[in-house]
Write a protein that binds this ligand. Structure first.
Ligand SMILES: [Zn+2]
Length: 503
């Protein structure tokens, strides 16, 4: 990269770690508070109590927060203004957990001598919610505006496949420049650069009841039919490399002397490839019964498309470069599980996940986070090289700024905040920061070179360093919009139904 970095606010790079460290105690207190507010998926009352608390926290951090009523608890949409109208940064989080009400009696928030904290939901993902609040608060504290608008979704039903919250992801996906997921990272702290697709299927079989001794031949056993179908599915879907089939629940029948008239199973399917997923869903939709008189009905309860590896290399490279400046050796790799980032990833939006604090034991009693990952590890944070002011930009006046979010770009100096980010001076307090976007042809090769290395929106991880990225991205006001991939318009999401191409 030959183009110098844009100017940073005074000492920003050095001030960020210290500011984050100063918040460490507050972060731990906040985490204890959030863990104490239990939030099992489906429990609207408890989820809404936590949503209210998070609304207060995110608003205090400077975000505009909207509560969206959901089928089983409110979702949150938190927005931060950007300096330009360019594609927004989509941040994906959730506040539901797998832990039933009353779990904190057995698994309360506790900090341990080995530097970990345990508690129901501490890892997936209340620690991440603390990181989100703190990162946004740091932006305000350091007086840094984002180049792009930030839209953070906190959904109430991620742990059950986001059957309702998925519509919010779909709504905010078009036009997104990049997506960052706050799910836990890999065990070694690595980021997630792809995810297998998943589908939750209810397979229902109807047969005919009869006396199992006297008139067995008149009956059609739904249980026998279901058993045969499951064995066949295991062979036809599960045998393909990258696929997995888990029969998670099975029920049916009434008594030992009655031929079962009804049976059903709930299947969890996983796919590495989108084509394998389509093939499996098509198979499920057209399963022929083995027995005359048996009927089979397959219903997709929830589904997340496969986010295939490869398309997000530039984003990962950018994250790695930023991590290196902070002394972090960031790695990335595909994940076996699915999450809400499957949608942007599958739609071609540059995506990274696993930006929550490091830990382990998700969904298990051993759930924990490393406290040194919640707040920055002092040894891992080091001052960056002093900011250099590019000579070309010293000479050049501000050529283009943008109005507030949703407004049209303006020429000249129509700024409402001292950064030119559109915030009011109260919300955008840093003096001296400039928004400079030069789209002159002479600058384009330089801009593209920078984009290739660091222009793609970057990410978060190891607890707090993604705040650094948001800050830095805000300084790179001239990221070329045309260089960013666009979300596939429409058809990205479908819930509760088979895909259109499946008969
Ligand atoms: Zn999660």
């Amino acid at each position: 990269m030959t183009d110098p970095e844009p100017e940073e606010p005074d000492g920003l790079c050095a001030r960020l770690p210290a500011a984050a460290r100063a918040r460490e105690r507050r972060m731990r207190r906040r985490l204890a508070q959030l863990v104490a507010l239990e939030s099992p998926s489906g429990d609207a009352l408890r989820l809404d109590l936590l949503a209210g608390e998070l609304t207060r926290g995110l608003a205090a951090a400077g975000a505009q927060v909207e509560r969206i009523p959901g089928a089983h608890g409110d979702h949150l949409v938190a927005r931060l203004d950007g300096r330009t109208d360019g594609g927004h940064l989509l941040v994906l989080a959730h506040h539901d957990t797998v832990w039933p009400a009353g779990s904190t009696a057995e698994l309360p928030y506790r900090e341990h001598r080995d530097g970990t904290a345990t508690g129901a939901g501490v890892f997936d993902m209340k620690g991440s919610l603390v990181v989100l609040e703190t990162a946004l608060a740091l932006l305000g504290e350091l007086g840094a505006c984002c180049a792009r608008p930030v839209v953070a979704l906190v959904l109430s039903d991620e742990e059950v496949g986001s059957p309702d919250g998925g519509r919010l992801v779909a709504r905010h996906l078009p036009g997104a420049a990049a997506a960052l997921g706050l799910e836990p990272p890999h065990p070694d702290g690595g980021l997630k650069t792809a995810r297998r697709g998943s589908a939750r299927i209810r397979l229902e079989v109807t047969g005919r009841e009869s006396h199992a001794g006297l008139e067995a031949a008149r009956g059609v056993s739904a249980i026998d039919e279901l058993t045969d179908q499951l064995l066949e599915l295991r062979g036809r879907i599960g045998a393909r490399p990258g696929n997995a089939v888990n029969v998670g629940r099975i029920s049916g029948g009434t008594r030992a002397n009655v031929v079962a008239g009804r049976a059903e199973a709930e299947l969890g399917l996983r796919f590495t490839e989108a084509a394998a997923e389509r093939e499996a869903l098509r198979l499920l939709a057209t399963l022929p019964p083995h027995r005359a008189g048996a009927r089979i009905h397959a219903e997709v309860l929830s589904r997340r498309p496969a986010w295939q590896p490869g398309s997000d290399r530039a984003l990962m490279d950018h994250a790695r470069a930023l991590g290196a400046r902070l002394g972090l050796n960031l790695t990335g790799g595909p994940a076996g599980g699915a999450g809400d980032t499957n949608w942007p990833g599958a739609a071609g939006v540059p995506t990274l996940d696993g930006l929550g604090p490091q830990g382990g034991g998700a969904h298990a009693r051993s759930e924990h986070i490393r406290l040194d990952a919640l707040a920055p590890r002092p040894l891992c944070w080091r001052p960056c090289s002093p900011p250099r002011r590019p000579q070309a930009e010293q000479r050049r006046p501000a050529l283009r700024t943008a109005t507030r979010r949703g407004g049209a770009p303006s020429g000249g100096r129509a700024r409402t905040g001292p950064h030119g980010c559109g915030r009011t001076p109260v919300r955008c307090p840093a003096p001296g920061a400039r928004a400079v976007t030069d789209r002159s042809p002479a600058r384009r090769p330089v801009r593209r070179a920078r984009d290739a290395v660091c222009g793609r929106p970057g990410a978060a991880g190891g607890g707090m360093w993604w705040a650094e990225w948001v800050v830095r991205c805000s300084l790179r006001a001239n990221i070329a919009d045309e260089a960013l991939p666009r979300a596939t318009p429409g058809g990205v999401l479908w819930h509760q139904t088979l895909p259109p191409e499946v008969p």
